[in-house]
Design a protein around this ligand. Structure first.
Ligand SMILES: [Zn+2]
Ligand SMILES: [Zn+2]
Length: 145
């Protein structure tokens, strides 16, 4: 059986990133896997009962640690009130489509397949690493209203 990085268990991912395995970190990672593009508040409210005593600032701290270790990606979207988080997968350069009405966020594959998928007409002498693209949209539910 082969495992892709996306399916490796949370404790193994933490260990591979050099982080100490704690029940709180595992719970935050697992809750993010179940709810991609979640705010810290949503992650906090979605924590399983055995770690429900964890305070919101602790969740923020854990998300910062996981982001710093490259396990989690922070996504700032124009129509989201706060930063959203998703589990970071290796060699992943996906973009987002976001409903400007309800805020629903979905992943869309990179238009080209690798970063940077867009090249600016003038790079001001900087080496371009990636283009962070957000497609602003209206979802079908909101369109019907
Ligand atoms: Zn919508
Ligand atoms: Zn995403």
């Amino acid at each position: 059986m082969t495992t892709t990085p996306a399916t490796i268990e949370a404790p193994a991912r933490l260990r591979a990133a050099g982080l100490r395995v704690t029940v709180q970190r595992v719970a935050v990672l697992e809750s993010l896997s179940a709810h991609p593009h979640a705010s810290a508040e949503l992650v906090h409210s979605a924590l399983p009962p055995h770690v429900s005593g964890v305070a919101l600032p602790t969740v923020h701290g854990i998300l910062n640690d996981l982001t710093g270790a490259g396990l989690v990606r922070r996504v700032n979207l124009p129509d989201a009130g706060s930063a959203l988080y998703e589990v970071q997968h290796e060699l992943d350069n996906h973009h987002h489509v976001q409903c400007v009405e309800c805020g629903r966020v979905e992943d869309v594959a990179c238009a080209v397949g690798e970063a940077p998928c867009l090249h600016p007409s003038h790079d001001h002498g900087m080496r371009i690493l990636e283009a962070s693209v957000t497609y602003r949209a209206i979802c079908s539910d909101c369109e019907r209203k």
